[in-house]
Each structure stands twice: as structure tokens, then as C-alpha cells.
Design a protein around this ligand. Structure first.
Ligand code: MN
Ligand code: MN
Length: 313
């Protein structure tokens, strides 16, 4: 059985060669693979700034900095998991539903092969086809890190965009609602019940950014773990949940958020959870002057791999 590991950055400098996620081999195979990192260069679903189509390659370029040992979680993810950079999905620029079909068609075989997909966006609209592709695992407990609910019904009459995927996914029976949670909500809303209706109408629990500051990262993580329990879980990480000071390269920033450190700590605090899928979305390199947003996204993806490795150990 083949095993796929990153290039050794002590044998060839990390800035050499074509950039793949964490310097993993770029292969389109599922045999002998535990995790497939997949780029989704889709940004047709946004409502404000565009440019997320360049996110996957920016995150790849930043991710060459990742090293084999995760000191915070005491784990070497690539020793325990065979990982590949699966390349990008050929989305259809400008056409959301045709892109959704392409994403589902490409990701479903990954899931069905027992490989855990880690998608790098692209805008948040691509989480809906990602969840559709995960359908064979049954409804999943979604942990949505986001400053926005993404549970609106429509935008200018359109049902499929980055602000509606959560509601669509619930309607389609893809979400284990009773064990799902939104984390990090903040910013001005359209109306008073935009957050409370998550619970009253959809049955979703949520933690606001103010809750995170009040509880602290460790207790926030404990609340999330308690909500998810032992269900198959799915992390969707919208980078705009992090304060724009740490993650300026995104499409719909909201002021006054948790730091990179606080959010990394919360993600690490989810160790023990049974994850079946991950995505990191909404990175726009054009607004990312020092590449810090891409690097944070790569680091979050590394923590997700580490969580999976810990669970498999
Ligand atoms: Mn979002
Ligand atoms: Mn958002």
C-alpha cells in the first residue's frame, strides 16, 4: 500500500518546487490515502468582495511553512495519516449550480472511499455541495466557525450563495441539527431575530463572539464538544470569524473578533471528536497584504489534520 507524506524540508528547502498543501504529493489517487486536501477555486457565491478563487493556491503557498510536529497537541499528523494534495475541482466560473454539481461529483467518491476530505475554498457557498458529497455518512454535526449565520433564505431572490448554505443543508437533511453549532457570530444584522431564529426556527445552537470572550477558548471548546457529543462531525471554518486584524484577506469582514491564537486554541480544544470532513473557506489573497490570512488558514487546516491524527492514534 502506498503512503503519502510531505517533502522533507530538511532535505530540500521549503521554498523549492511547485507549492502543494504542506508539500504533499499532488496525486489523484484514493488508494492508501487517509486525507485528501482539495482546492475549490469557486467565488461565484459571494455577496461582496470577489477573489476567493485564488484562495486555494495562496493557502498552498503559505502551507509550505508547516512542520511535522504539532507541539500543542503532541502529535505528528503526517506520521499517522497518509495525505495527498488532490488538486483543484474544475468548477464552472460564474455558474453556481453547475459548480455545485462538479464539487459533489468530485468529492463524493473521496468520501465513499473512506478518505476524509479537507476542502480549501473558495467562498462559503461550496460547503453545501461538500455536505451533499458527505451524504453517505448520514447527517453530520456541523461546527460552523463564522461571524455570520449563513442561514438566510435567499439573497436578491437567489437560493444558493455563501449566505444561505446552512439553511439549504438543513432543508436537504444533511445536518444533524441537534448536535450542530455556529461559533463566533458578530457584527450588525438585518433584524433583531437573525441570531435567535437559529435556535427557535432551525434548532441550531450558537455561540456569539461575545460568548467566546466571556467563556474563554477552553470553555468555548468544551461547549462545542458537549453539543457534538460522539456524532460524526464536520468543521466548516469561515476565516472571517477571526478578527480582521489577523485575517484581513476575506470577503465580508466583521470588526472586533477573536484573535488567531484564540481560534486556534478552540479548534485544538475539539480533540476527541469524530471528524468526517473539514473545510476552510473565504480566504481572498488580494486583500491579504502579508499573506497572514492564507497562513492562518493553512495553520487551521494543520490543526484539523492533527485532530484527525489524534483520533486515529
Ligand atoms: Mn460563512
Ligand atoms: Mn462569514
Amino acid at each position: 500500500m502506498p503512503r503519502f507524506v510531505p517533502e522533507d524540508s530538511l532535505a530540500s528547502p521549503r521554498f523549492t518546487g511547485p507549492a502543494t498543501f504542506a508539500r504533499l504529493p499532488h496525486v489523484r489517487t484514493l488508494e492508501g490515502v487517509d486525507v485528501a486536501v482539495v482546492g475549490v477555486p469557486f467565488d461565484t457565491g459571494v455577496t461582496y468582495r470577489v477573489g476567493g478563487r485564488f484562495g486555494p493556491n495562496a493557502v498552498r503557498a503559505a502551507s509550505v511553512m508547516l512542520r511535522p510536529y504539532n507541539a500543542n497537541l503532541d502529535v505528528k499528523p503526517f506520521e499517522l495519516l497518509s495525505c495527498v494534495d488532490y488538486g483543484d475541482i474544475a468548477i464552472v466560473p460564474g455558474y453556481t449550480e453547475r459548480s455545485y454539481e462538479a464539487i459533489e461529483r468530485e468529492v463524493a467518491p473521496i468520501v465513499e472511499a473512506g478518505v476524509v476530505p479537507l476542502l480549501v475554498g473558495g467562498d462559503h457557498a461550496c460547503t453545501l455541495p461538500h455536505l451533499r458529497a458527505t451524504r453517505s455518512r448520514g447527517p453530520v454535526a456541523v461546527i460552523d466557525f463564522d461571524s455570520h449565520t449563513d442561514a438566510w433564505d435567499s439573497y436578491f431572490g437567489e437560493k444558493y450563495n455563501h449566505g444561505t448554505w446552512m439553511r439549504r443543508a438543513i432543508e436537504e437533511g444533511l445536518v444533524d441539527v441537534e448536535h450542530s453549532i455556529e461559533v463566533g457570530l458578530r457584527g450588525p444584522l438585518y433584524d433583531r431575530d437573525d441570531w435567535t431564529s437559529l435556535e427557535s426556527e432551525l434548532g441550531l445552537e450558537y455561540l456569539t463572539t461575545e460568548d467566546i470572550f466571556r467563556l474563554g477558548p477552553a470553555e468555548s471548546a468544551r461547549r462545542i464538544r458537549e453539543r457534538v457529543g460522539d456524532r460524526p462531525a464536520f468543521i466548516s471554518f469561515d476565516i472571517d470569524v477571526v478578527d480582521p486584524a489577523f485575517a484581513p484577506g476575506t470577503g465580508t469582514p466583521e470588526a472586533g473578533g477573536p484573535s488567531a491564537h484564540e481560534m486556534l486554541t478552540i479548534v485544538r480544544g475539539l480533540a476527541g471528536t469524530d471528524f468526517v470532513g473539514f473545510d476552510v473557506v473565504e480566504v481572498i489573497p488580494a486583500y491579504d497584504p502579508a499573506g497572514q490570512t492564507s497562513f492562518l488558514a493553512a495553520s487551521l487546516a494543520y490543526e484539523m489534520l492533527s485532530l484527525l491524527a489524534l483520533r486515529r492514534r
